[in-house]
Design a protein around this ligand. Structure first.
Ligand SMILES: Cc1ncc(COP(=O)(O)O)c(C=O)c1O
Length: 497
């Protein structure tokens, strides 16, 4: 019989173990804090006393049979899936495991171009070939929106052997695609649907929010409970629905890279966050959504800033926006998102979630209350006025670079012989690495793709605006690694036209 959602099997077992006063002759070597007093002084004894490992009574994440198994079953029930697996290396590991579970080397995976860099990692690890869908771009905000059922259907028809479609539910900026309809269409063609739900841990717990991946019938969903569900950073879950995908296969893939020493602090926090969401999730999420609606109403008229709102939806690829995301566009103030973020941090001691060329994103979460959102609103109103000295300059071009030509699969490019060139001279070369601004971590170019002048120019704007560029060995992105002799690569059955 399944335990009750009021229970916390892992957390309770840890507390019991700590209470018994067992004399530990096992790792972790700090032995419940005694070996690291400076750290204990700050974080407290309780935290250290449950930083335990796989010992009798605490189960084993690779082959769970007791408390982890029960906690995972409770999580599956709470999020509405058939199976759940706990992850201690974020949704990144979940996305890579999803791709490796559904694609063998050479198989095709359909995915939107604005997928997170972990999906590119999954392509390299699995050897799968990407078939990109280009989502609509909202020119004013300069962000990618969702993907439509028509686009997915057309792509599946053009690539009938594709093994799976990856959907982001929702995007970092909070945009939802019509997931349930995409699942219906994909399944009708025998194609599985895997869902990046890094930003959707709260969805299953409120009927007014769009459906979660598990609820929409997706085959596998990777959910960052740590981002919006309340657990500790790095703790995520992989949710599996039976049918096109074999849960045992997914577990076998997870065990390839799963640490054998998972942090029980992370596992326990998943347990407690799940209990909270399962038992009180509706009220907590409802309160969060109400606070966010209030913020939207209050700053809708603030001078110089524009909020991402329902007007950008088209009922095709983009059907809803997560109300808890407050995306503020400052182009009419003549400042970039990055400048705005920095200004708020240095003048108001307020830190946003992310900024890009045009926008700054603020998250209202289960950790907010009336006072915190009031401070955000007051600050945004004040800054709008302070910044009026700027003329209404639109500083940047409104485009995002076009999708580059894919010449080699990400894996071929990643494992090919490479050479270094300056980014300025990279036009026409095939990249052997990713370049992206982080956050949001969406690659501008992936391994195997050909550099265009447009991409190089765009990267130089991002550099000028001091956005945090990642993915390259050269952290300054002055040079990039490119494929040395692309025409000599013999593996190239995977050339994509
Ligand atoms: C859209 C998206 N997918 C996946 C991830 C990776 O999630 P995690 O940080 O839990 O590994 C992120 C992280 O920001 C993300 O924004």
């Amino acid at each position: 019989m399944i335990a009750s959602q009021e229970e916390t099997p892992i957390f309770s077992a840890l507390k019991d173990y700590a209470k018994t006063g067992v004399l530990p002759f096992h790792v972790p070597g700090h032995k419940q804090g005694r070996g690291l007093p400076e750290f204990v002084d700050f974080v407290g004894h309780n935290v250290m006393s449950i930083d335990l490992t796989t010992v009798e009574g605490l189960d084993n994440i690779c082959n769970p049979i007791s408390v982890i198994k029960t906690a995972e079953a409770l999580a599956a029930e709470a999020w509405g899936a058939d199976h759940a697996y706990f992850l201690v290396n974020g949704t990144t590991s979940g996305i890579q495991a999803m791709i490796m579970s559904v694609c063998a080397p050479g198989d095709e995976l359909i995915l939107p171009r604005n997928a997170h860099k972990s999906a590119t990692g999954g392509l390299i690890l699995s050897g799968a070939r990407p078939v990109y869908i280009e989502p609509d771009i909202n020119d004013y905000f300069g962000i990618a929106m969702g993907v439509s059922v028509e686009e997915v259907t057309r792509t599946i028809k053009q690539h009938p052997k594709a093994k799976a479609v990856l959907i982001i539910n929702p995007t970092y900026y909070g945009v939802f695609s019509p997931l349930a309809d995409i699942v219906r269409v994909a399944h009708a063609h025998g194609v599985s649907v895997i869902v990046d739900e890094a930003h959707g841990a709260h969805l299953s717990f409120h009927p007014d929010l769009p459906e979660s991946g598990a609820q929409a019938g997706a085959d596998i969903t990777a959910t960052s409970v740590h981002k919006l569900g309340g657990s500790l950073t790095q703790s995520s879950i992989l949710l599996v629905n039976k049918g096109l995908v074999d849960p045992n296969r997914v577990k076998a893939v997870l065990n390839l890279t799963q640490t054998t020493s998972p942090s029980y602090l992370l596992l326990a926090s998943l347990d407690v966050a799940r209990k909270q969401l399962a038992t009180r999730g509706h009220d907590i999420v409802d309160h969060t959504v109400q606070l966010a609606h209030w913020v939207h109403r209050e700053i809708a008229e603030a001078s110089g800033i524009t909020l991402l709102g329902k007007e950008v939806l088209n009922n095709e690829g983009s059907i809803a926006i997560d109300p808890i995301k407050i995306l503020v566009n400052t182009r009419e103030l003549g400042i970039s998102g990055h400048e705005f973020e920095t200004y708020l941090r240095s003048n108001y001691n307020l830190q946003a979630e992310l900024s890009d060329l045009y926008n700054t994103l603020f998250l209202i979460t289960i950790g907010d209350n009336e006072q915190t959102v009031r401070s955000l609103v007051d600050t945004l109103k004040a800054v709008g006025k302070e910044q009026e000295q700027y003329d209404n300059i639109v500083k940047y071009p409104t485009y995002l670079p076009e999708l580059p030509e894919l010449v080699l699969s990400p894996k071929e490019a990643f494992y090919s012989e490479t050479r270094i060139t300056t980014i300025e001279n990279a036009e026409g070369e095939i990249s052997a690495e990713m370049v992206m601004a982080y956050p949001p971590g969406i690659p501008l170019i992936c391994p195997g793709e050909r550099f265009t002048r447009e991409i190089i120019d765009y990267i130089s704007i991002l550099k000028k605006e001091k956005l945090n560029l990642q993915g390259t060995e050269d952290l300054t992105v002055t040079t990039v690694k490119v494929v040395k002799n692309p025409h000599q690569i013999t593996l190239s059955q995977t050339l994509v036209g």
